[in-house]
Write a protein that binds this ligand. Structure first.
Ligand code: NAG
Ligand code: NAG
Ligand code: NAG
Length: 530
């Protein structure tokens, strides 16, 4: 919408800087231009410098008019009335409007209701994959659609409670697809962005794409997106954990399974050019490459956010979630390829539900946020990943070691070694005595009187590892960890900082095999000192 207003405003600028046509009564106009319009123009050019439309400085009048006419003819564009700038009555009025704060409807904070989800799914896997969507989808609070290749029974009946509505993607057989190993479904999935945009849902600020096996943490997604201005073109996401994948695709590409978000301003531009753009890249593999290629044509770079997880990994996600970056956890993906997040729960979706019904409901911002502290008496290192797991290790391991993910997983290219990750990793243990004891979250509740979350973690029983250290074995003394943490909805309003933790009580031999840990904002002067 911004384009319409900006281009209308180009006209006086262009007229001014190209030789104006001489006319008898033009002296008065010259004075008017110089002393009244010039300051406005200068102000406007400054405003323009921070806008993406600066890339067409002063086009000739006719092309500007043509563009405005084309924009006006595009009757499909939604939210026309939402946006004052597209219906500005006159050029000079519009240039003033551009400098004013956005309209009230755009000024209120971004919420779930401003997001339109577009889930790429296939009818063949729908029956199983829909269970992942049920875990995070909140009917009535969220908008969006699952886009399928062909109808499934739910399309025709209402049994799909707890799920987004279903749409069938438009026919894409006219588009070329020449990649030898990929699937043509990439074409219809890449078009979900423009098909969603063309639905014209009122108040849509962000178009968020994901796969049918992408699990979103909705509150954290809102937190991340509300940091950006949706009236500017943004492409927010994250590349893969696998360096090799990023070499094959791009470090500048948002991997589709990890989910990505396109602001309304970017979606509008993409929707206008995507079909032509798809024609220009027949040899690409996937749907996300194609979005990336079109974003590159538009010149909109990836805004990387570490909370989107493509999870190009096999095995146990403990390493990644146990040492999550100090940033909100936004998505997980490829859960069919990973063990259940809680290994004692055999069903992947039930394990996720334990996470969502407990910690995610209590304090979503804090989920999987790490805190590192030490049980000085026993010489144990304790690392809490809130709501997920607590790891206890013999010996004093530094925070810089503990905040490096353990390689509990394998690379997407299974035979690749540790150099093939796009982030630092460390071995699970550098020697057998340092094998961590892992305590997985079992239950959680809110102590309303103290406004404190109480999460309990239970030891994951594994065969003992022989060790002759004098430092006691956590497995021999400790079965349960209780973590107390005050609610902290303002966590991400502050500068990113890892929480501090304190060992409040620790088991003594033979008695009360339980440890209590307090987690929260670091106090004045407090830090994780080794
Ligand atoms: C409605 O959808 C469910 C779920 O796929 C299916 O099992 C059921 O047979 C459908 N009912 C009818 C009447 O089509
Ligand atoms: C898609 O369009 C092509 C021709 O453009 C047609 O042959 C084909 O049957 C269509 N597919 C579907 C599912 O409608
Ligand atoms: C509990 O925490 C919430 C959120 O921070 C706050 O709004 C509320 O006033 C607190 N209640 C008490 C009793 O401290």
């Amino acid at each position: 919408m911004k384009g319409g207003g900006a281009l209308v405003n180009m006209q006086p600028a262009a007229g001014k800087q190209q030789a104006p046509k001489p006319k008898a009564s033009s002296l008065f106009l010259y004075i008017l231009l110089l002393y009244i319009l010039l300051p406005v123009l200068v102000l406007y050019v400054v405003a323009l410098a921070v806008s993406p439309f600066y890339s067409h400085p002063c086009p000739p009048d006719d092309s500007a008019v043509a563009r405005v006419a084309a924009a006006a003819a595009d009757g499909k564009r939604p939210n026309r009335n939402d946006d004052g700038r597209s219906s500005s009555p006159s050029p000079s009025a519009a240039s003033v409007v551009t400098l004013l704060p956005p309209k009230a409807s755009d000024a209120e904070p971004t919420g779930l209701r401003h997001i339109v989800f577009g889930i790429g799914a296939s009818s063949s896997l729908w029956a199983s994959r829909r269970e992942y969507i049920r875990v995070w989808w909140r009917p009535g609070e969220m908008r969006g659609f699952v886009w399928l290749d062909k109808p499934v029974p739910e399309v025709w009946n209402a049994s799909s409670t707890g799920l987004p509505g279903i749409k069938i993607s438009a026919n894409t057989s006219r588009f070329p697809y020449t990649h030898g190993a990929g699937s043509r479904s990439a074409l219809r999935i890449t078009r979900i962005v423009s098909e969603s945009f063309r639905l014209g849902l009122p108040g849509a600020r962000w178009f968020v794409m994901g796969d049918d096996d992408t699990v979103f943490f909705p509150d954290n997604l809102v937190d991340v997106l509300s940091r950006y201005d949706h009236t500017q073109p943004y492409y927010v996401g994250n590349p893969s954990e696998s360096h090799i994948q990023n070499l094959i695709f791009s470090y500048g590409m948002a991997f589709g399974g990890g989910g990505f978000a396109i602001s309304r301003a970017a979606a509008e531009q993409l929707a206008r050019m995507q079909d032509g753009c798809i024609q220009r890249y027949p040899a690409l593999y996937g749907s996300d490459d194609r979005v990336h290629a079109c974003m590159s044509e538009l010149g909109v770079p990836l805004t990387r956010h570490l909370g989107f997880h493509q999870c190009d990994l096999w095995g146990d996600v403990l390493g990644l979630l146990g040492a999550h970056p100090v940033t909100p956890l936004v998505t997980l993906h490829h859960l069919d390829f990973l063990q259940p997040v809680f290994p004692t729960v055999k069903s992947r979706t039930r394990a996720l539900r334990r996470l969502f019904e407990g910690p995610v409901a209590l304090d979503p911002a804090a989920v999987a946020q790490q805190a590192v502290c030490y049980d000085a008496g026993k010489e144990w290192t304790v690392s809490v990943s809130w709501g997920f797991a607590v790891v206890v290790v013999r010996g004093v391991l530094s925070p810089r070691e503990m905040e490096t993910p353990m390689r509990t997983f394998l690379n997407w290219y299974r035979r690749a070694d540790y150099t093939a990750y796009a982030f630092n990793t460390r071995p699970v243990a550098r020697q057998p005595c340092q094998r961590p004891q892992v305590y997985y979250m079992r239950q959680s509740r809110l102590d309303r009187r103290r406004n404190t979350t109480v999460t309990e973690y239970e030891r994951h029983r594994v065969p003992p590892t022989p060790c002759r250290w004098r430092i006691p074995d956590p497995a021999a003394l400790l079965d349960r960890v209780v973590v107390l943490k005050k609610l902290d909805p303002g966590l991400w309003k502050r500068a990113p900082r890892r929480n501090c933790c304190r060992v409040v009580s620790s088991p003594t031999k033979g008695k009360d095999r339980r440890m209590t840990i307090d987690v929260g904002v670091c106090r004045e002067g407090e830090f994780a000192r080794v």
